[in-house]
Structures are given as structure tokens and as C-alpha cells.
Design a protein around this ligand. Structure first.
Ligand code: HEC
Ligand code: HEC
Length: 352
């Protein structure tokens, strides 16, 4: 199979992306199949944009506090940050997170790094239409709602709790002068904050900007593989390393993913949203179910891309990697970690 891609310089890259089973030629061990001009063209696809402008700083600041505040959960024990740790690429390293009632969530938490750029719908299965809708369902019906416990607390109780904190009242007034302090305002603030979560500058970004010493030769070979023989770029080819689309990549799972939402769409059964690979090294294990324990295993997944069911993406092709090439891909993925990444907890209103 051949894959074409236009890049900003108008050059068309044609990458021989897949090796037939039994092929003896093998991908070039050095990944040296790309010329300097081709590498320059590949690199131009990954230049990051300027950070998103911030329109309402007071609203962002309010959202930051609410994101860290467990008082917006029914039990008063769970905060968004508890499943989206800033220093882990805004995700977790558990295979499953624990929800308000102590039960493991059905899937691994998704990274919120670069959330301002996530194309809707959101969620592994795309069940929420926007960041606002996602936050609302977390609080009202999802993992923060105590839906499964004996002591459910209505959303009105949560709203009242926040309204009763004078400092919050002042912050809401500054951010949304005429709006009531209710769930809609709460999720508006949180979503606005989420949109400011920019990935930290990674060694990879410095390389893209021209610093040849920013990443190792191994990582550079990995980058070429990613964009050519290993065919990763067809789904992960942008500065955030995601196409924001849903694909079945053949993981062993009984979870229908996007197929739960789109029952009659055969291609969407077992399909999950392509995760960003920004700061991916910080948050093993990988995949919606944590089925790859580390980056090496995640790379190996694509050499034998799992279950060949009808929904499996046609974009997955047979690839064959040498041990050195696997390590090169891992070295490349490790250059995507922002330095530094994340931020620290703000001082929460009404707490010392
Ligand atoms: C108990 C753990 C837990 C808590 C608490 C939690 N999340 Fe999540 N989050 C998850 C899991 C698990 C997923 C994946 C959901 C799915 O698709 O099944 C997720 C997915 C998301 C997504 C989708 C990202 C994408 O790329 O599509 C966003 C946005 C998000 N969470 C924001 C929040 C916000 C905001 C809060 C607080 C209001 C919150 N989360 C609280 C575990 C949690
Ligand atoms: C057909 C589209 C597609 C192709 C091609 C593809 N990926 Fe993925 N990738 C995905 C999807 C979808 C997921 C999430 C799957 C899941 O959770 O079950 C994923 C998950 C990952 C993860 C785990 C990230 C995390 O946060 O859990 C890594 C690492 C990864 N891919 C790297 C690669 C590499 C390296 C290649 C090339 C060898 C590649 N991908 C090719 C779509 C693709």
C-alpha cells in the first residue's frame, strides 16, 4: 500500500508504508530511506502553533480552581485532577481510575494535554459533544456523581456548596458577571480552563525549530519511520500526534468503544479515539484498557495489529520492524515530553 500526503511546501511525500509478510527486504534499519528534503518536508507537518489566546482570564482562573476542587463531586472526595494529573500528561498511570464510589472506571483516563485543540466529539467513544458536555456528565451522571452509591447527592446540593463559599462567589462574579452560579457556569469555567492546557515545549519541538542537538540520532530515525515505513502518521500525523478520529486498531477488548454510540456503523465497532502522543512517555500503560504496558509494547502492537475483525482499520498495514527500529520509535516517542510539563495546585477558596 502507498500513502500520499501533501505538506505545506506542496511536496508530495510518497512513503512505502508496509512490508508484505515474508518480505526479505525489511525496512531500512537506519530509516535512511528519506532524503534531507523529505525529512524537512516531514518536519514541517509538526510545527506547533502559537498558544491559544486567552479571552477571559478570570474564567480560566476560576476553572483552574474548580478543576482541582473535590467539592464539585457529589461525595466531596473526587476532583477532575484526581484522574487527570498534570505531571502525567493530565492522565493517570493506573490501568483504570477509581470513581467516586471506589469502583474502577471502565476505561483508562484520557490525557487532557492540548485539550484546547481536541476536535469534538470527546471521549474514547466520542459520547460527549464538547468539553462542557463532558464535564457536565462527569459531575451530574458520571464518575463524580455517586450514581452507584447509597448516598446520592443531587446536583443542586453541589451548586449550593459552591455558592456558599464567598471567595467563589467573587470569582464567579468577576468571570461571568450576570450568570447564576450553577452547573452550567461551573462546567463553562472548567472547559475554558481545559482549553488553556498547552503541552510543554518538548525536545522534539526544539528539533523542529532547528536545534539538531535537541534529540538523539536514534529518535531522528524513529521520526522518519513514524512518517514512512511504520505508517504511524496516517493517524498520529500532526503536531499533537492525533487525527482526533476513531479507529479499531485490533486491541483485544470486548469494549465496543465508538460502536456503543454508533451501533449500525460497522467500521466504528471497537473503535477508539486516537490519543495524542504529546508527553506519552509519562503515562503508561497505554490504550483505552491499558493493554500495552510500555511504549515498546505499544510499538510492537502495530507489528501484529491484533484481531482481524471486520471493523479493523484499513489504515493499519503489516509492518515489520527490526529490534533497532522498535527502539528508534520508542526513542522518538520519548522526545515528545514537555519540559516542564503540568502545573501545581492552586490555593482553593475556603480552605487553608
Ligand atoms: C474517576 C476518574 C475521572 C474523573 C474524576 C474525571 N475523569 Fe475525565 N476521564 C476519565 C476517563 C476514564 C475518561 C475516558 C472516558 C471514556 O471515554 O470512557 C475521561 C475522559 C475525559 C475527557 C475526554 C478527553 C478526550 O480526549 O476526548 C475530558 C475532556 C475529561 N475527561 C475531563 C474531565 C473533567 C473536566 C473532569 C472533572 C469535571 C474529569 N474529567 C473527571 C476519568 C475521570
Ligand atoms: C489506524 C490508525 C492508527 C495507526 C496507523 C497508528 N495508531 Fe497508534 N493509536 C490509534 C488509536 C485509535 C489508539 C487508541 C487505541 C485504544 O485505546 O484501543 C492508538 C494508541 C497509540 C498509543 C497509546 C497512547 C496512549 O495514550 O494510550 C501509542 C503509543 C501509539 N498509538 C503509537 C503508534 C505508533 C508508534 C504507530 C505506528 C507504528 C501507530 N500508533 C499507528 C490509532 C493509530
Amino acid at each position: 500500500m502507498w500513502t500520499e500526503r501533501n505538506n505545506t511546501h506542496g511536496i508530495v511525500l510518497v512513503a512505502a508504508c508496509c512490508l508484505a509478510i515474508g518480505s526479505t527486504s525489511g525496512a531500512t534499519a537506519q530509516g535512511a530511506s528519506a532524503s534531507p528534503a523529505q525529512i524537512t518536508a516531514m518536519k514541517s507537518e509538526y510545527r506547533r502553533p502559537a498558544p491559544r489566546p486567552i479571552e477571559n482570564k478570570a474564567l480560566v482562573d476560576l476553572g483552574r480552581h474548580l478543576f482541582w476542587d473535590s467539592r464539585i463531586s457529589a461525595s466531596g472526595n473526587s476532583a477532575c485532577v484526581g484522574c487527570h494529573f498534570p505531571y502525567l500528561g493530565w492522565a493517570v498511570t493506573d490501568q483504570r481510575s477509581r470513581n467516586d464510589s471506589g469502583k474502577p472506571t471502565s476505561r483508562r483516563a484520557q490525557p487532557l494535554i492540548g485539550a484546547g485543540y481536541i476536535a469534538a466529539p470527546v471521549g474514547w467513544d466520542g459520547r460527549s459533544a464538547s468539553l462542557e458536555a463532558q464535564a457536565k456528565s462527569s459531575i451530574a451522571t458520571g464518575s463524580m456523581s455517586m450514581r452507584e452509591t447509597d448516598t446520592p447527592v443531587k446536583v443542586e446540593v453541589i451548586e449550593e456548596r459552591i455558592r456558599n463559599i464567598a471567595e467563589y462567589r467573587a470569582m464567579f462574579h468577576a468571570a461571568l458577571p450576570n450568570a447564576p452560579i450553577d452547573l452550567d457556569s461551573i462546567v463553562k469555567a472548567i472547559a475554558t480552563y481545559e482549553r488553556t492546557i498547552e503541552p510543554g515545549i518538548a525536545p522534539f519541538d526544539r528539533w523542529i525549530e532547528g536545534d539538531e542537538s535537541a534529540i538523539s540520532e536514534s529518535a531522528k530515525r524513529g521520526f522518519v519511520l513514524f512518517n514512512a515505513d511504520a505508517n504511524c502518521f496516517v493517524c498520529h500525523g500532526s503536531w499533537r500526534f492525533t487525527d482526533d478520529k476513531f479507529h479499531d486498531i485490533g486491541t483485544t477488548t470486548t469494549d465496543l468503544g465508538r460502536g456503543r454510540e454508533l451501533k449500525n456503523d460497522e467500521d466504528m465497532q471497537f473503535a477508539f479515539k486516537t490519543p495524542t502522543l504529546r508527553s506519552v512517555a509519562l503515562r503508561p500503560p497505554y490504550m483505552h484498557n491499558g493493554s500495552s504496558i510500555d511504549l515498546y509494547e505499544a510499538v510492537k502492537h502495530y507489528e501484529k495489529p491484533g484481531i482481524g475483525r471486520p471493523s479493523r482499520s484499513p489504515l493499519l498495514v503489516q509492518i515489520s520492524l527490526t529490534e533497532q527500529q522498535r527502539l528508534d520509535l520508542v526513542a522518538f516517542l520519548q522526545t515528545l515530553t514537555g519540559i516542564p510539563e503540568g502545573e501545581t495546585q492552586p490555593q482553593l477558596p475556603g480552605k487553608n
